[in-house]
Design a protein around this ligand. Structure first.
Ligand code: MN
Length: 231
């Protein structure tokens, strides 16, 4: 096999305790999956889960104990942070039942669903796709993956984010509207999940803007902290 040009390398995430890396296939994101965040976005009640996708190449992969760098993106003056628990899929499938979802999970990581909120808001108003607000370059920072067996019970873990040392987001994964199993059930009804898929499971309340020079430190209890500086 030869190509007309050198293909972009497969983006991949380190796995704690292993030399092999986790190759990213797709990045799925769940919208408005914590009640207090849905409220701050102007919505209430339990909607059916909905999804959007970021290209795998938008991942900013940050090794444990290091600070990653994300360039402040173009076209926005309202770049928001969204701390999220990321679920890494190890075994694919379609029409997976919530009760069987755990078998498909490889591990977990801490991720940021960075958002050009002004552009997303404009697209919402016009009923247009969110891509420009969500799926831009470097919009998906992620820390190392911890294998499921070693991650503890992430379903009841504290989830938090600080900007320049100040608390911005703090909640608990138990407050997800659609839990991980239910999310996988809905997602796998719409797409064929593949090994290498990442699911950004949604953000709790407290989303707000960052500017160049800010340092974001965020975590989910039991997983390595993710630190990203906005350049
Ligand atoms: Mn999000």
């Amino acid at each position: 096999m030869s190509y007309v040009f050198t293909p972009v390398p497969v983006p991949s995430v380190p796995v704690v305790g292993k030399t092999e890396r986790f190759p990213i296939h797709r990045i799925y994101c769940v919208g408005r999956n914590y009640e207090e965040h849905a409220k701050e976005m102007g919505f209430t009640g339990r909607e059916p889960p909905f999804f959007f996708i970021k290209p795998a190449t938008t991942a900013v992969v940050v090794d444990a104990g290091t600070t990653g760098t994300m360039a402040y993106p173009t076209l926005t003056s309202n770049l928001h942070h969204e701390i999220e628990l990321v679920v890494a899929i190890g075994t694919g499938g379609r029409n997976i039942k919530a009760a069987d979802a755990d078998k498909h999970i490889y591990g977990y990581a801490v991720g940021l669903d960075m958002t050009r909120r002004d552009l997303q808001g404009e697209m919402k108003k016009q009923g247009r796709p969110w891509c420009i607000g969500k799926a831009f370059e470097q919009s998906a920072p992620i820390g190392p993956i911890v294998r499921k067996e070693e991650a503890g019970d992430v379903t009841k873990a504290e989830i938090w984010l600080k900007v320049n040392g100040q608390d911005r987001q703090r909640s608990n994964v138990s407050k997800l509207i659609w839990n991980i199993g239910e999310t996988i059930e809905h997602l796998s009804a719409a797409w064929d999940l593949q090994p290498g898929d990442l699911i950004y499971s949604g953000t709790p309340e407290g989303v707000a803007a960052v500017v160049a020079g800010d340092t974001l430190e965020c975590g989910v209890a039991g997983l390595p902290t993710l630190t990203v500086k906005i350049a």
